[in-house]
Design a protein around this ligand. Structure first.
Ligand code: ADP
Ligand code: MG
Length: 682
């Protein structure tokens, strides 16, 4: 067995299980070893039935005293029960819907049961414990890993695969950190880390293992980010002549805010500096980042080059296309659109126009990255809602220019500092800390099911005043997830029963590009009163006449996401509202949602969100634009992050291009880390 051994080589792993494992990204022993537990169960101590502490997870060794009996409580609910005994007493064991247990437990045999032991007077009971035969235990006496799972893969199955893999292959895990860095920072070896992250000897060993793995991950990430930054700042860039912003302001339908002016000044300075711009414009939802992007494109056009603007969704790309076309047409700037949903012929003609230089500003989705999209002279790359993209995607787009282009990224998500350091470590930052005048904060309310009728009344009132309404649901189709409001069915109910006299439509991510586009433009033209939608409208969508947002099953959304959603209203001169609907009574949920109703500051909301949910879920997995982090807990690991960043900086200042033979392994690792999205070493 080695790191490349396929998991189907293990006994009991057939095609079905292989497929389930592959869903977790697990195909080889190597994959398995870098698939880290999310928690641990301490099974080092054995208890007796009467001395085991109540209601805590414990291991108990006991003999099965009778033949397990199976009974059917109702459709879909089977119960298997038996009694177990040891020299101190007896306990009842109950399994729900685990019929196989009947044959797995043999009367007269001893097993180790692990679970919570409930104590009610003299009665003791285990519900759904895990168990092993006492003479064949593998996990008792250990600290047992608990892995993230998927359907068809149980924790016992996974642990049963990792145990022999760790025993045989931990020593094969390559030690990729330079030796002196390990020494300076007192990090354990890769082998020790691998053994103890999966099957720790004790809690101290686990802490050591974690420290090493987190350090390693953050170190390579920091190397990659510094490498990107260094390479850019050393490069020569185009210089576009400065032109007074007043001329641009005359195109705008509004007076720019002070913060927008400042941002534009900085952009103008960057573009004329002779070095490639690498700037992040960070501003809360609705702060007016689009105008800054338009200014940058306008300047680039006067400098004789093209601009590409990439947006994370088709809806947003389309909207930018309409806004910017309206804004820039008077300056004779030709704006084009390219999305994956367009017809092949349309795409072809847009690509041809781009290559000829007939399109000055192209707006699109990921489609802009595809092969065959060539520019006559690409001078500026803008990515909107950057947190939705991978770091490498930014560079993939830049790679389409002959000389390094200027790069402008825009993000609404105010990142807590630790995250910002990592995600935007290679960028200069401009903060737009001011909202356009005349905005009134969006009044936010939390209501239960009992207020549903009133909420519908409020929707009606808004529509009768000429406003439009968003209703957000967490699911697309009924049955996807039990009792969640689903867009299609709910839209039907609303239009047939609740609001038969209003214009109700729906939109979600599974519709075709064209269909989405048709609904969204009808909505922005005011032809739809109530738009029922999933979170596809979450980022960037701007329809100022929409003044009410209702969010169903609000408990399903994270705070940052709610904030993004709420940012869709309150964009016009009208009083706007956001109503969160939930039937959840959990104290924590209600506290979280109440916090949201009282806070409008996106930065505070982001910090709270991070604190409550932990970084893994913070932007939704893989939405923070970083390569996937396996070990690093970004919230808790600020100290290790600093250490790792410093180590990376030292290494790169000694060997900026990673040429030294002993650093080849670092270079390779960084290359692979970013390779999902494009090669940063190009
Ligand atoms: P975001 O920063 O969320 O991308 P947008 O650029 O979409 O914000 O701007 C939000 C709304 O505010 C748009 O309708 C835009 O036209 C308007 N807007 C932007 N800047 C100003 C301003 N200085 N004065 C008035 N309205 C503005
Ligand atoms: Mg925007």
């Amino acid at each position: 067995m080695d790191l490349k051994t396929g998991l189907d080589a293990f006994p009991g792993i057939g095609p079905a299980r292989s497929k389930a494992l592959a869903r977790l990204g697990l195909e080889t022993v190597g994959d398995l070893l870098s698939y880290y537990p999310r928690a641990y169960e301490d099974r080092t101590k054995l208890h007796t039935i009467s001395n085991a502490p109540a209601d805590l997870p414990v291991c108990v060794s006991a003999m099965v005293a009778d033949v397990p009996s199976l009974s059917r409580l109702r459709k879909g609910l089977n119960v298997t029960k038996c009694r177990i005994v040891d020299h101190t007493g007896t306990a009842q064991v109950t399994f729900f819907n685990q019929d196989y247990v009947r044959h797995a437990l043999t009367p007269g045999e001893s097993y180790i049961f692990y679970g919570r032991l409930e104590v009610m007077g003299r009665h003791r009971q285990f519900t759904n414990p895990v168990f092993e035969r006492e003479d064949k235990t593998r996990f008792t006496g250990r600290i047992m890993p608990v892995y993230p799972l998927t359907a068809g893969v149980s924790n016992h199955l996974l642990a049963g695969l990792t145990l022999p893999s760790v025993e045989e292959c931990a020593r094969l895990v390559p030690d990729q950190l330079p030796r002196d860095i390990c020494q300076d920072h007192q990090l354990c070896s890769a082998e020790y880390a691998c053994q103890n992250i999966h099957f720790p000897v004790d809690m101290e060993a686990l802490a050591l293992a974690k420290r090493r793995l987190v350090f390693e991950e953050l170190f390579f990430l920091s190397c990659g980010m510094s490498y990107l930054r260094r390479r850019r700042s050393g490069a020569a860039g185009r210089s576009f002549p400065r032109r007074g912003p007043e001329e641009f302001f005359s195109l705008l339908p509004f007076e720019p805010t002070g913060a927008q002016r400042r941002a534009m000044e900085e952009v103008a300075a960057d573009l004329s500096s002779g070095r490639p711009m690498n700037r992040l414009i960070q501003g809360d939802v609705g702060s007016g980042k689009t105008a800054v992007a338009a200014f940058a494109a306008w300047l680039t056009h006067s400098g004789g080059a093209q601009t590409a603007l990439m947006a994370p969704t088709e809806i947003l790309a389309h909207q930018h296309f309409e806004t910017l076309q309206r804004l820039l047409a008077p300056a004779r700037i030709v704006v084009g659109l390219l999305t994956g949903g367009m017809k092949a012929a349309e795409k072809r003609s847009v690509r041809a126009a781009l290559a000829r230089g007939d399109i000055h500003l192209i707006i699109g989705t990921h489609a802009l990255l595809s092969e065959g999209v060539d520019y006559r002279d690409l001078g500026l790359v803008i990515t909107d809602e950057q947190h939705r993209f991978g770091v490498g995607q930014r560079s993939a787009l830049s790679a389409k220019a002959q000389t390094p282009p200027h790069v402008l990224v825009m993000s609404a998500t105010p990142s807590p500092r630790t995250l910002a350091l990592l995600i935007y470590g290679d960028l200069d930052v401009t903060v737009i800390d001011q909202l356009p005048p005349g905005r009134t904060p969006v009044g936010t309310y939390l209501v239960g099911e009992d207020k549903r009728e009133r909420m519908y009344g409020f929707v009606r009132k808004n529509v009768s005043q000429g406003r439009q309404v968003y209703i957000i649901c967490p699911a697309v189709e009924e049955g996807e997830n039990g009792d969640l409001k689903a867009v299609t069915a709910y839209a039907k109910t609303l239009s047939e029963q609740v609001f038969p006299d209003l214009r109700v439509a729906f939109v979600h991510g599974k519709l075709k590009g064209r269909e989405k586009e048709a609904v969204m433009s009808a909505f922005s033209r005011g032809e739809i009163d109530v738009l029922v939608s999933t979170t596809v409208v979450e980022v960037g969508v701007d329809v100022p006449n929409a003044a009410l947002m209702v969010i169903e099953n609000a408990e399903r959304f994270g705070l940052s996401q709610l904030h993004q959603l709420r940012g869709r209203v309150g964009r016009g001169p009208w009083e706007s509202h956001c109503v969160l609907v939930t039937s959840n009574r959990g104290a924590e949920t209600l506290e979280r949602l109440r916090y949201f109703t009282k806070t409008t500051d996106g930065f505070k909301i982001a910090e709270k969100d991070l604190e409550l949910r932990g970084p893994g879920d913070f932007f939704g997995r893989r939405q923070h634009g970083l390569p996937t982090l396996q070990a690093a807990d970004l919230a808790g690991d600020t100290r290790i992050l600093k250490e790792a960043q410093q180590a990376a900086a030292e290494l790169l200042s000694a060997d900026p291009d990673l040429r030294l033979p002993e650093h080849q392994i670092v270079k390779e690792k960084v290359r692979r880390l970013f390779s999902e999205d494009g090669d940063i070493f190009n």
